[in-house]
Design a protein around this ligand. Structure first.
Ligand code: PRX
Length: 652
């Protein structure tokens, strides 16, 4: 879909007249003041050098802020050495903050753990020793397949401590998806758990790891298993070890050796426009600087008094940047919740906010829309007066959801910060500053200080206010991805070849008459389902890998709750029957190949797919069908009657 076309659908949004400036009291005391923008503008990259020195403790100071001589491969804070785990843990304990709560953990069944900075530091040191005893060394890759439990954070930081590179795989991905990520990263160790809890019942995880490692030819030598739900598990002697056997008794002392600023911190796989997920590579110094900076400024963080809650799973970048790294580097107290929002009742989140006095809530529009559907009387039963800042991430937030969020959850007071960023950008790139920006429902508005965001036309020329185009980033930024694991050419092709010298984000955007930015969704074959990224090609490949399917085309159709939903059109092979069973079979097949999140909402069996004369599937027309619209211009089809045939077959 072109940015233009998306723009039309959002035209009415741009006439949004409502403005919500911060209260005088909020503005006067805010962490981020208007001067921050001036400083960033005046100082250029030196602005980031200052932030890096202020926010992090460097073992060895850097000698150069940015080396862009080998663009698009950036080096930030050259010559500096730093340890991520030391910055997230030890230094707070050394500063006398060991008794501060780092994590309030609440399990889905209601079990709780309160973990101070001193305790978390001890756990991470023990885990670092344990991983080293299993042969993991600096530079080795560790796959992490865990639920939202403290051990997930401990594992990531233990890897960072020893310089091992973690690759977290979301627990909702299947054994096959896990295996392909393990293979691509050549992981040596996998850390998992027996399982977790989902909607009041134990839900397994270990079987997916067993399934992933069933076939020979992988690089994994050890699997460490956290006991979480006490369900029986299969055991492979010589490969599997319980966490409590290897970590609990490990030595409590571990020295954090500083790593080069550009030492790889993690790989995180995300969907692109082709079938194969990309391993996005992040390194240490720049990533930590920008995540800590944005966490402090975008959320107006007061580490001494705030209770921060980012509801994202650690399987996504939001969980990396705003659960594991930034809150701990900033010495904040956070809440971590294992389960779903409706277990055991639909007020669980609000109950947790009341219980822990959460003051900053960071979540996704899809969750907000779900709560809207459940009704405002549910949150209204709880005391949410502790909330003072609300964040949104993952997809455009529609103005209705924005207003509901502000009024019902934020008491009509708390500023909303809509944060645009990506796995690739590592940290917030577009977001209001809560004490400075007069917020607008539906718009992420302005670039973060120090970030050069623009909207350009097909030719790469900056569009005037009131026009739309492609979102780009004009200058390198500290938390930018450093590449795609093992595929430098794909890194260049994907992000740096569409426009000269600019990072192409893959999103359509518009500038309104004030110059504020509105995000309009992807302009490529990437879908956004409940804020999760999936590629149409990836699901098409999964569908055609089933023996009954001859051909498949997938589109993202707009959906009231999930933002977009997966709709698949399939042509069956001659022998396959078109009935309910085949649809169920294919949905489950996609679940097995990729994971439950990728299961299509609808699978429509069709006789043909609309193709251009050069054989390209016209997804635009399928999207019209999927969204129940009149089908658009079909004159470039090789067979113009196909859309009619599809319509007839769907009526059947
Ligand atoms: O399309 C944009 C959308 O999510 C994409 C990035 O997805 P992912 O790498 O999974 O990271 C999600 C969490 C940072 C973007 O290309 N997106 C993310 N945040 C927003 C958004 N779209 C509109 N508004 C946002 N605030």
């Amino acid at each position: 879909m072109t940015a233009e076309r998306q723009g039309d659908a959002f035209e009415n949004l741009l006439h949004e007249e409502r403005r919500f400036p911060p209260s005088e009291a909020f503005a006067a005391n805010a962490v981020a003041q208007p001067s921050l923008y001036d400083e960033a503008r005046e100082q250029g990259t030196e602005f980031w050098a200052r932030q890096a020195r202020e926010l992090l403790t460097w073992d060895q100071d850097f000698t150069e802020t940015l080396d862009w001589s080998d663009a698009p491969f950036a080096k930030w804070f050259v010559g500096g050495t730093v340890n991520a785990a030391y910055n997230a843990l030890d230094r707070h304990v050394e500063a006398g903050l060991g008794d501060r709560v780092a994590i309030h953990f609440e399990g889905e069944p209601g079990d709780t753990r309160t973990i101070t900075y001193a305790e978390l530091t001890r756990e991470v040191k023990k885990a670092a020793n344990a991983f080293e005893s299993l042969g993991v060394a600096k530079g080795d890759r560790v796959a992490v397949y865990l639920p939202m439990i403290p051990e997930a954070v401990v594992t990531m930081l233990a890897c960072a401590r020893i310089g091992a590179v973690h690759s977290v795989v979301f627990g909702g991905f299947s054994a096959d998806a896990l295996r392909s990520r393990i293979d691509d990263a050549e992981a040596k160790l996998v850390v998992t758990s027996d399982g977790t809890y989902r909607r009041g019942k134990p839900s397994p995880l270990k079987p997916a790891v067993d399934g992933a490692l069933e076939k020979e030819g992988h690089t994994v030598t050890s699997v460490v298993v956290v006991r979480r739900n006490n369900e029986p598990v299969e055991w492979t002697e010589g490969r599997d070890t319980w966490w409590h056997d290897v970590v609990d008794g490990a030595p409590e002392e571990h020295v954090a050796v500083a790593h080069d600023s550009e030492h790889p911190l993690f790989i995180l796989y995300t969907s692109g426009t082709t079938g194969k997920p990309k391993g996005i590579l992040h390194t240490t110094g720049g990533y930590l600087t920008q995540t800590a900076f944005t966490h402090r400024n975008t959320f107006d963080l007061r580490p001494e008094t705030d209770v921060f809650w980012c509801t994202a799973d650690i399987g996504w970048v939001t969980g990396h940047s705003y659960v594991t790294y930034a809150p701990l580097v900033n010495g904040a107290t956070q809440l971590m919740y294992e389960g779903t929002p409706d277990t055991p009742h639909q007020g669980r989140w609000w109950e947790l906010i009341e219980k822990y006095r959460v003051s900053i809530l960071y979540t996704a529009p899809t969750a907000i829309r779900t709560f809207m559907k459940w009704g405002r009387d549910i949150p209204q039963k709880y005391d949410l007066s502790s909330i003072r800042v609300l964040g949104s991430v993952g997809e455009p937030i529609n103005p209705e959801a924005w207003m509901w969020y502000r009024e019902v959850i934020g008491g009509g007071q708390a500023p909303i910060v809509d944060t645009w960023w990506q796995t690739e950008t590592g940290a917030h790139m577009i977001a209001p500053m809560p004490g400075v920006t007069a917020t607008k429902p539906g718009s992420a508005q302005v670039a973060v200080p120090g970030i050069a965001v623009d909207v350009v036309d097909e030719m790469g020329v900056s569009v005037p206010d009131g026009s739309g185009g492609y979102l780009v980033i004009r200058e390198p930024w500290p938390a930018m991805l450093r590449g795609i694991w093992g595929d430098p050419q794909r890194f260049k092709d994907t992000y740096w070849s569409r426009f000269d010298d600019m990072y192409f984000a893959g999103d359509g955007a518009k500038k309104d008459s004030d110059g504020d930015i509105w995000l309009l969704g992807r302009v490529d074959d990437v879908m956004n389902i409940s804020g999760h990224r999936l590629s149409t090609t990836e699901i098409e490949s999964a569908l055609v890998s089933h023996p009954s399917v001859a051909e498949a085309a997938v589109v993202g159709a707009s959906d009231e709750t999930t933002g977009e939903a997966v709709v698949a059109f399939v042509i069956l092979r001659g022998s396959a029957k078109d009935d309910d069973d085949i649809v169920t079979t294919l949905r489950n097949h996609v679940g097995k190949e990729i994971g439950p999140i990728a299961k299509p909402r609808n699978i429509l069996v069709v006789p043909e797919l609309p193709k251009t004369r050069s054989g390209k599937i016209m997804r635009r027309l399928l999207k019209d069908v999927a969204e129940g619209r009149e089908v658009g211009d079909a004159t470039t089809l090789s067979d113009p009657t196909i859309m009619q045939q599809i319509a007839v077959s769907l009526r059947k």
